[in-house]
Design a protein around this ligand. Structure first.
Ligand code: MEZ
Length: 536
């Protein structure tokens, strides 16, 4: 039955394609945006939120999944802290994605002794999941000011302006650094870097490597780290940080995933670059995130006393695949919408300007589903069509092949040819807009503790623009590496204690939290949790 309805609806998409080709759907007015967000965007769903009861952000609201994690307890007991450390280093970097690698390379270049520990393998991260590009103002008609204005508008004017100023101004230098390492950004016939359009940007500004930009960045960063004198410890996620009597961060306890033993690391400074939290499946959303994205930075830093920022806002990327079932949650790059593919409901009609900001487009898709204009898959997910064949119709045959080879391949595994067939999509949990509060050097509110990339919060305000996360991990990964290396060089190794954890446990008891969940979670909880579905 569901398959028949899908086929019937698909027929409507095919039938309306020619008429839609030149159709212009206006952007929502500010009032329309507010309405669609308030009614349909998951960030605005009051019952999904509750106040945090302990720690620096007490009283502020976040989603239940994150509140539970922040009010969780460490698996570590005082006796687990070994007097004889397993490793002694100057700088400990937690996380082997783009931000962690950029930080490691920069700190090493500044002369620091660096140990990089990562939960899974080096490079397993959300960086590799970023498909559509990296925003940077490099063209004569563009400027950092324009990049700043686009971003702050997309972020609901809530972005930390100091962080944003640094991001847009240092974009060109970050690009030069990546080029010097060997990143193969797309170029035009005469060898100049190409820029592409993204959603909600006033001018084309995306540097791309086809539709696997993050993967290419990670390939290069990973090789560079391996070729440097940087100690790498894989399959060893952090389960707790360490502090001295003054509350400064002085190391961490890792868990060896092979044998479950704890590993004690003494360090003069620590950088957390453990990425986001899509695998918490907030509000039961499927996710585009990699397997290890369980928001580990949040409880680790929070128990140390670090303040969090914008921890009530998450990004639901408008186009996550929902069919066939094994692809559920997988990212369908925004670049394909910027190239002309259209969002079409069950009736074969467009309902939103596809290049509006992500939060608005996601909310509009959810509205179609809630109001009965969505398409239901055989497994019960609801979504709308992304009319991919429109890309070739607008830009010429072969465009999907040359610009979106990754999308072509992913769907072709299930015998879906996106050159001729639309695909079914629904918003997928993609990015943690907030995180640990940092200054322009990546320093948290705790001495000795630095944070970079998706684990940090403030830069993107309440809605991140496409391509700004790849730039973020490079600009702020490097800044954190530089600043932490300088801090470590001017500091002596402090005492390594769990004093902060004892204080946090007291606070849990005083708040009446008697059965905290273990945190960080480390591995997604697929055994106990019902499968994440498309909630609308
Ligand atoms: O920055 C992103 O989230 C990104 C590049 C995603 C995409 O749609 O490709």
């Amino acid at each position: 039955m569901a398959v028949d309805l899908i086929t019937e609806s698909r027929g409507r998409v095919d039938a309306s394609r020619a008429a839609r080709k030149d159709q212009v759907v206006p952007l929502f007015t500010p009032a329309e945006k507010e309405t669609v967000l308030a009614r349909y965007h998951p960030d605005y769903k009051a019952e999904a939120y509750r106040p945090i009861r302990v720690g620096p952000n007490t009283g502020q609201k976040t989603v239940h999944e994150v509140a539970d994690l922040l009010e969780g307890d460490s698996p570590v007991a005082t006796a687990d802290l070994k007097a004889e450390p397993d490793y002694v280093t100057e700088l400990l970097i937690l996380g082997g994605g783009g931000a962690g690698c950029a930080a490691a390379l920069t700190a090493r270049a500044a002369g620091a002794k660096v140990l990089l520990a990562t939960k899974l393998r080096l490079g397993d991260s959300n960086t590799v999941m970023a498909e559509g590009g990296m925003q940077v103002a490099i063209k004569p008609e563009d400027s950092p000011v324009r990049h700043f204005l686009d971003t702050i508008k997309g972020g609901h004017f809530a972005n930390d302006r100091e962080l944003l100023k640094v991001l847009v101004e240092e974009g060109p230098a970050a690009t030069q650094w990546l080029l010097s390492l060997g990143v193969l950004f797309d170029r035009d016939d005469v060898g100049n870097l190409k820029v592409r359009s993204g959603g909600a940007t006033s001018t084309p500004r995306l540097l791309t490597c086809k539709d696997y930009t993050g993967l290419e960045l990670m390939r290069v960063l990973k090789d560079a780290v391996i070729n440097e004198e940087i100690q790498i410890v894989e399959f060893a996620p952090a389960v707790e940080l360490a502090s001295d009597e003054a509350g400064r961060c002085t190391g961490a306890i890792l868990k060896n995933l092979d044998n479950d033993r704890f590993i004690t690391v003494h360090a003069k400074a620590v950088i957390i670059a453990t990425g986001g939290s899509g695998r918490l499946h907030i509000q039961k959303f499927p996710t585009s995130n990699h397997f290890g994205a369980t928001g580990d930075a949040l409880p680790l830093a929070y128990r140390m006393g670090a303040e969090l920022a914008f921890i009530d806002t998450f990004q639901y990327h408008p186009t996550g695949a929902i069919y066939p079932e094994p692809m559920a949650g997988l990212l369908v790059t925004e670049a394909i919408r910027a190239a002309g593919s259209q969002l079409v409901n069950r009736l074969g009609e467009r309902f939103v300007n596809e290049t509006d900001t992500r939060d608005v487009v996601a909310a509009a898709i959810i509205r179609e589903c809630v109001e009965g204009r969505g398409v239901t898959t055989p497994s019960g997910r609801r979504g709308v069509w992304l009319d991919a064949p429109m890309v070739d119709l607008i830009n010429g045959e072969g465009t999907l092949d040359t610009r979106f080879p990754n999308m072509r391949k992913l769907f072709s595994r299930y015998e879906i040819d996106i050159r001729t067939e639309p695909v079914l999509i629904h918003p997928t949990l993609h990015y943690q807009n907030g995180g640990v509060k940092i200054d322009v050097h990546g320093k948290s509110t705790v001495d000795g503790l630095f944070v970079a990339g998706e684990a940090s919060g403030g830069l993107h305000g309440r809605n991140r623009l496409m391509g700004n996360s790849l730039l973020d991990i490079i600009v702020f990964g490097r800044r954190a590496g530089q600043a932490a290396a300088a801090y470590a060089a001017s500091s002596a190794q402090g005492a390594v204690t769990l004093g902060h954890l004892a204080r946090f446990r007291d606070a849990l008891r005083q708040a009446g939290i008697t059965a905290p969940i273990p945190s960080p979670r480390l591995i997604p909880d697929y055994v106990r949790r019902e499968a994440a579905t498309s909630p609308s």
